[in-house]
Design a protein around this ligand. Structure first.
Ligand SMILES: Nc1ncnc2c1ncn2[C@@H]1O[C@H](COP(=O)(O)OP(=O)(O)OP(=O)(O)O)[C@@H](O)[C@H]1O
Ligand SMILES: [Mg+2]
Length: 262
């Protein structure tokens, strides 16, 4: 099968693969309609790389990130994470791999409204069986590091968007993952709050050596990553190094598209 492969230069140079995405397909069914979102995507991400994924709304970026995180199963194809094929792992094994190596920052934060910042960050660790003291201490340290030491008792609705995003990032880092998957980490933020989050991600990557796959709408922010892939028409296209991604023209509204056909 023909596969659009956007392989990276470091991969070609023999870097260690964190992800190998192999001819990935994902479609959804809604009643009698089938939506083909990802249609044969292949690329790899090397250890320590910072990859940006861009593309128009609805092109499948979140879908792809969920598949990278092993949170969803593809219709066809596979993701190899740290040498392990998700296809061949049980649900429990995938969960274990996620807990050990992956931190996921979700597009809509997914914070519990009834819990304060400190509890939101601690909660996953309690599920992994950490004792309360250890979880409380680690969560407190992370929030302190992210400038939220004075906001520990605040619930999400009592925090700004940027603060909520930092809480979500702190939660994703509780297990000290080597890989961070961040879905629009600056998407709902003003310029200043967005810059703060980018600075944190930059530090985690450049100093902490963490591998980052970041979805963003912001083509200027994407340029801060090592390389960028555009998700378009169910495929990925590599953006030449040092250039700004060009997403192409926006899709025509359905009615107009219909009118335009001969
Ligand atoms: N569970 C689902 N069932 C049906 N369709 C879905 C499902 N999840 C996603 N889709 C569809 O798949 C497409 C891609 O969705 P996705 O959330 O991956 O887009 P996105 O690129 O992240 O968009 P945005 O930039 O707006 O966040 C959309 O058309 C969406 O409606
Ligand atoms: Mg999305």
């Amino acid at each position: 099968m023909a596969v659009a492969c956007a392989s990276s230069t470091p991969a070609a140079a023999g870097g260690q693969a964190v992800f190998e995405v192999q001819d990935l397909h994902r479609h959804f069914r809604l009643e009698r309609h089938r939506i083909d979102v990802l249609r044969g995507i292949s690329f790899r991400v090397d250890r320590g790389e910072w990859l940006a994924l861009v593309g128009r709304s609805g092109c499948g970026k979140t879908t792809l990130l969920h598949l990278l995180g092993g949170l969803d199963r593809p219709s066809a194809g596979d993701v190899i994470c740290l040498g392990q094929s998700y296809r061949h792992l049980s649900e429990a094994q995938r969960t274990a791999l996620r807990l050990r190596h992956l931190g996921h920052v979700f597009q809509r934060y997914l914070l519990f409204p009834e819990l304060n910042a400190h509890e939101n960050v601690m909660l996953p660790a309690l599920h992994w069986g950490w004792n309360r003291t250890r979880a409380r201490q680690q969560a407190g340290e992370l929030l302190e590091r992210f400038g939220l030491g004075h906001r520990l008792q605040h619930r999400p609705q009592e925090l700004s968007g940027g603060e909520q995003q930092r809480v979500a990032l702190a939660r994703a880092l509780m297990n000290d993952p080597g890989i961070i998957l961040a879905d629009e980490p600056t998407g709902n933020l003003d310029v200043t709050a967005g810059r703060e989050i980018m600075a944190l991600l930059e530090e985690l990557n450049r100093k902490g050596g963490k591998t980052i796959v970041m979805v963003t709408h912001d083509l200027d922010l994407a340029q801060r990553a090592d390389r960028t892939l555009i998700v378009r028409d169910g495929q990925v296209v590599a953006v030449p190094a040092g250039t700004r991604a060009d997403l192409g023209p926006p899709p025509l509204p359905a009615a107009a598209a219909g009118d335009a056909s001969p």
